[in-house]
Structure formats: C-alpha cells, structure tokens
Design a protein around this ligand. Structure first.
Ligand code: SAM
Length: 275
C-alpha cells in the first residue's frame, strides 16, 4: 500500500521518528499495510463515514482507513512521540485526519461524533481495550452514536465478547455485548504480524447495534451479572443471595438451582427486571 498512498513504509516512519514500542502503552504495531487494510475493510463501506480511531500509533491502520475513503478520521493517541508521524499523514490527506493527543478513557466519543454516520475502528491497547468497549456499549442513549465497532483484542477477550450461554468464555462481557449488539469474530492475527510480537494471538471483533434490545436497566443488569459470574460455579440461589436469591429467581421464572453460565441474555434481563 505504500505505493497506493505514496507515503513511506511504516518501518521507515518508525525509525525516522524514533518510535520504539513501549509496553506500558500496549504498543504492538501492525506494519503490514495489507493487514491493516483487511482490518479496515471489516468495517464495511467507509465513504461518507467519520471514523473514530483509538491509538493510531505510527498510523498503519489510520492510513488504511483513509485510503479506503473515509470522509474523516478522528484519532486519539496518548503517546506524543507519534504526533509528528501522524502529522505527515494529515498533510497527505488534507482536512481528513484530526489527531487528538490524550487518554481515550477520558474522551467523550459521543461529543466527538457530532457529524454524520460514525464507525469506530481500532487496534486497541490491551490495558484499556475492555473498558473502552464497555463504555461504547453503555452510552447515554441507545441505539448508540456509532454504526459499528471494529476492534482488535487479544483472542481470549474476543471469545468473551462473542460468547453465549453454556460457553466457558461466557460472562459479563458476553451478556452486555449479546444484549445490545450483534457481535462476531472476523479473523485472527498471529503474534508475528506485530512489531514487537505480543505473547498471544489477536482477533478482530465486529459489532453492530441491536436496534431493539430487550428493555432492561443497565445498572440492574450489571448488578446481576457481577453477582452471578462473581461465583460462576455456584447455584444462582447462592450467588444472587445479596440481591434476593431464591425469591428473586422465582419471580423471574428461573430455577434457583441453575448456574450463571446457563442463563441466556434474555433470562439475565428477566432477573434484572425482577430486581
Ligand atoms: N494503531 C496502531 C497499529 O495498529 O499499529 C497502534 C496500535 S497499539 C496496539 C495501541 C496504541 O494505543 C499505541 O499507539 C498507544 O500509544 C496507544 N494508547 C495506549 N493507551 C492509550 C490511551 N489510554 N488512549 C489513547 N491511546 C492509547
């Protein structure tokens, strides 16, 4: 793709700007521009779309998103060392890349996304990825401000996001994502595709909003899933005791002898609504 967008190869960019990867910032860079294009393509058509990206780093994924025609990319990067490299991309794609230096956990993405359709695409730093996803699943209003989330995670986290009942990976994340979205794992990326290689395989997860999720209070659903999966091997009559135990479950029409991992999203909502 270097030839496609006319910008220099990422290895050269990294060397020229001294962007040695920092572990504390979860920096595992994707330098293969075919792969970054594959990630960006997973988000579907990007024309007329504003893309919000977290952690552009030296800009491999950013370049792919822009080359695929996104109207605009707004990228939030914590590491100031990356800004000069990103400025080169912004110059190349005049008016289409805005970079915000800061901590993505402190950014109001809904406010950033004031214009037109919005998609979120990111190779997330491992230490804040799950929290960012939860924030995007629980915005002030639903359907949310975004059309889709295309996010790279450690594979084990991806498995937890797409998990449903009777799956070992099923837990709070699976219930939240299953309640409000249609989530799928698109493809895996092996460690050696990154510089430096992480210890584990990564996966790209694609989520689109469920426009009509079962009506349910977020706070109650959070309380129930936290208590139920906090003691996942115990019967629900025991793990949900602080919330009403057997009485609560009977009201919701759930056998109190069942365990958390056997309850569907719909059944979790029923328990939450009986609180
Ligand atoms: N997008 C690049 C790629 O695919 O090669 C880099 C991905 S790297 C896994 C994660 C990026 O997130 C790094 O550039 C890192 O500096 C940045 N980052 C880490 N913590 C962050 C935070 N709290 N807010 C915004 N960016 C962060």
């Amino acid at each position: 793709m270097a030839a496609l967008d006319g910008l220099p190869p990422l290895r050269e960019v990294i060397q020229r700007h001294g962007l040695d990867a920092r572990k504390a910032l979860g920096q595992n860079f994707l330098l293969d521009l075919n792969l970054t294009q594959k990630v960006a393509r997973t988000a579907g058509a990007l024309q007329d779309v504003t893309v919000l990206e977290v952690g552009p780093g030296p800009g491999g994924l950013t370049r792919a998103i822009l080359a695929l025609g996104a109207k605009k990319v707004i990228a939030v990067e914590r590491d100031a060392r990356c800004l000069p490299a990103l400025a080169e991309i912004a110059d190349h794609y005049a008016g289409r890349l805005e970079v915000i230096e800061g901590d993505a956990l402190k950014i109001d993405f809904e406010e950033l996304a004031s214009e037109g359709p919005v998609k979120i695409i990111a190779n997330l730093p491992y230490n804040v990825g799950t929290q960012l996803l939860v924030n995007w699943l629980l915005p002030k209003t639903w359907p949310p401000f975004w059309q889709s989330l295309t996010l790279m995670f450690q594979k084990e986290v991806g498995e937890r996001i797409v998990a449903s009942e009777d799956d070992d990976h099923y837990g709070r994340l699976g219930v939240l994502a299953g309640w409000r979205t249609h989530a799928r794992m698109a493809f895996d990326i092996p460690p050696q595709a990154f510089t430096p290689p992480p210890k584990v395989t990564s996966t790209v997860v694609h989520l689109t909003p469920n426009e009509n999720p079962i009506p349910c209070s977020v706070a109650n659903l959070e309380k129930v899933t936290q208590a139920a999966f906090g003691q996942r091997r115990k019967m629900l009559r025991q793990s949900l005791k602080p919330l009403g135990g057997e009485g609560l479950l009977t009201k919701a029409g759930i056998d109190p002898a069942r365990r958390a991992e056997t309850l569907s999203v719909e059944e979790f909502c029923r328990v939450a609504n009986s609180l």
